[in-house]
Design a protein around this ligand. Sequence first.
Ligand code: UD1
Ligand code: MG
Length: 443
Amino acid sequence: MRTCLAIVLAAGEGTRMRSSRPKVLHEVAGRSLLGHVLTAAGNSAIAVVLGPEHDDVSAEARLFAPESRLFVQAQRRGTAHAVLAARAAIETGPDDLLVIFGDTPLIRPQTLERLRSAIGSGAAVAVLGFKPADPTGYGRLVTRGDELLSIVEHADATDQERAIALCNGGLMVFDGKVALSILERIGNANSKGEFYLTDAVKIARDMKRKTVALEVTEDEVSGINTKAQLAGAEATMQQRLRQAALDAGVTLVAPETVHLSADTRLGRDVTVEPYVVFGPGVTVEEGATVRSFSHLAGAHVGRNAIVGPYARLRPGAKLEEGVHIGNFVEVKEATIEAGAKANHLAYIGDARVGAGANIGAGTITCNYDGAAKHRTDIGKGAFIGSNSALVAPVKIGDGAYVGSGSVITKDVPADALALERSPQTIKEGWAKRLRELKALVKK
Ligand code: UD1
Ligand code: MG
């Protein structure tokens, strides 16, 4: 197996995003642009080149690629200059040296492999080309047959060169043995006075080495510079994720209305009804149904469970097999054990609900006292009557009953009934007398 070092250029300018957030930290399908790129490059050793103010970007790099080496390019002096900021990593002598821009979230691992295979078959530099609808601003690939002769940056191109449709996608791979000697020869005698990575092609040819271009579709290499492009990438990513779910045996009744995250895991025979949002960190096991208008994030849904319509599962919600969570029920940081049900209008937070327990409509776990969070523990087979408030910390024993409308502040033993409500008063004939009185007044 050939070794590979991927250098990810993540110097965040992002001014055209009109945002205080670095460009590469914007998200597509619940994952940062940088996170997508680092995931795609997952089979390689990774070096990330950051701009001078980089704390949050380096934290993100560490999150997705804990083993990566981080380098800082103190001044923006061009793409080749940025790559050389990672010189110490290049000097470790990988077989292949990949260069990826941190703002191209749609790049696929297969494409990186394809590009690398060109180096395996003898090229010194291989470049991804694409034919954009509007080529303005891109470097043009000057080719002869299969050969790539040079790349000319838009700013430096003649009218004849600007007529070339095939453009530089920005992704490149070098033969690791000659990468450094090529990079060191790149100068900055061009209209911008920058060290252009693209000059590597010409230099490799002067060294009598082969250079090639591989064509891919625009969506894979399009870099994100604006919020509109970010939204476009989101749409493309959603289509890919939905297709992958359908291919894996998930039923999406109306795929175009389901929003997925890059890490959403849906088992076989899961059914997702129209208009469901999966935020990051959701796993749904085989046979479960997620009904319309539900919102899930950081949650686990067990086999054959039913969620929604209109359910909200927040981080730490764990539903075991066969659980039912119905409309307007919110679950946070709580384990709902097998077969338990909360079918209507409830809040279950910081809790355990035992197997087979039934949570009545309007039940609230009062988990927060204004300063700290406390836990509620509900035993297996317990029955919580409608409109009860369980004031945590509190324990309801196995098989216990809580009468409707109770405010429970003390633990309830197993199999007991807890009732916290004023006794009901009956006044016989009272309503009839009232009506008669009113009728008298009217006359
Ligand atoms: C670059 C390519 C161009 C290609 C286009 C594709 C060069 C010289 N040109 O142009 O051929 O068609 O991408 O999108 O490579 N960066 C740094 N430090 C620098 C300069 C850039 O880290 O000093 C990073 C940027 O953050 C970005 C990437 O390198 O991630 C590309 O830089 P950018 O300025 O966007 O290059 P383009 O002009 O778009
Ligand atoms: Mg660019």
